[in-house]
Design a protein around this ligand. Sequence first.
Ligand code: HAM
Length: 426
Amino acid sequence: MIKAVRGTRDLLPPETALWNFVEAAVRDVFRAYNFQEIRTPIFEETALFARGVGEETDIVAKEMYTWEDRARAASEKGQSLTLRPENTAGVVRAYIEHKLWDRGLNKLYYIGPQFRRERPQKGRYRQFYQIGAEVIGPATAGSESPARDAEVLEMLATLLDRLGIVNWNLELNSVGAPADRVQFNEALRKALEPVVGQMCDDCQRRAVTNPLRVFDCKVLADQPIIDTLPRITHFLGEDSRQHFAAVQEILTKVGVPFTLNDRLVRGLDYYTRTAFEFTHGALGAQNAILGGGRYDGLSEALGGPAAPGIGFAIGEDRLVMSLQEKAPADSVLRKPDAYIAPLGAGMNGEAARLARELRRQELVIDLGDETFRLKKSFEAATKAGAKYIVIVGENEVKSGSFAVKNLSTGEQVSVTRGELAGRIRR
Ligand code: HAM
C-alpha cells in the first residue's frame, strides 16, 4: 500500500470546508486593506533562498527540498532547484523581475503550500500552507514608514478577531538595522567566547558564522546560557529606536495590545527592525500562529533596487487547528438544499433537467439515480444532509406538480415546477 509521504497529509471533507471558510474570510480582509493576490512558482532556483533567507538559517542549512534538475542535453548544465520553504524571497524576486516599483507601493498577498524537511509533529508538517502578505516598494512610496508596520499588525489583529480566534498574543521586537547589528555581533561574539564550548554543535558553528542565529537554538541545556547573552534591543541606533517607538505608539492608539520580547529574532536572516509573532495558547509546542517583520535590505541582497518591505505569513494549518477547537467543520459547510430523487426507469434525464433549473437559481442540489428505490433515495438524501427531498416520477413530470418533503420535520407538500425553488429556499 502506498501512503502519503511522512509529514504530508490529505485534507479531506468536511475539514476542507473550514479551509475554504478561512480563505474566503482572509480574502475579504485583504480586500478591505487594498491588498492584491500574487502567485509565484512553488519551486525556484536554490540560490534565491540561500541568498534571501540566509545560508546559516535552519531553513536553508537543514530543511530544504533541493534537487539537481537534469539538463535536456549533455552539453547543457543542470540547475539546482528548491521547493519553496517560504514565499517572501519569491515575492521579492518577482518584484525585481517585473519592476513592480513602477506601481509605487505594492500590497500583495498569497495563499499556498510551502515545504520544509522538519521533524513532523502536531502543527508541524513538511508540506504546510501559508497565508502571507508583503508590503514593498520604493521608500518614496512610503514603504519605510512605521505606519505600514502598524497597519499590517492591526490588519492581523482584525483578521484573527474576524475568525473568532481569541487569546492571541502579539510579541514584538526590533532586530535593528545592519549598522546596529555590527556592534551587536561584536558584543555577542565576545559574550559567547567563554561559554560557547558548553553549547550544542550548531551554536558553536553559529557563534563563528552568524552569532544572531544562536537565539534560534531549541536545545534545552543551552537556554540558561542564551538568557545571559546581550540583546539587540540595547544596540539599536537612533533611527531604529524611533521607528520602533512610532510603531508602538500607533498600535497603542488603535488599541492593538502587544508584549515586547527582546529574545525574538525570527529564524530568517532578512529581517531588519520590526519583528513579530502572534502566538496562541491552544496550539501547544508549535504555538506560533504567524510570524513576520521588516526586510529593508532583501531586494538589494537579491540584486534589486532599494525596496523596504514588511510582511508576515500565517501558518494556515495552525490557524485551522485553533478554529477546530470550537467550530467543527460541519458548522461552516453548506449542506444541499435539496436532494432530487428520480423514481423509476427513464427518469434520470427529467431529474437532471430539474436539478439544472434549480442549480441555476443558486440552490445546492444533490442528484440521485433512477435505479434507487424510494427507501434508498431517502437514506442517501439523509446521509447527504439535504434539507428537502424532491421526487421526480412519471406522474410528477406529467402533472407538473412535485412532492417536496422536509427531511427534518417530515412535512410534505405538493408544488408546481415554478414554485419549487421558492419552496426549497424557505
Ligand atoms: P516563518 O516564521 O518561518 O516565517 O513561518 C510563518 C508561519 O508559518 C509560522 O509562524 C507557522 O505558523 C507556519 N509554519 C512554519 N513552518 C511550519 C511547518 N513546518 N508546519 C506548519 N506550519 C509552519 C516565514 O515564512 C516568513 N516568510 C514570513 C514573512 C513574510 N516575513 C516577512 N514576510
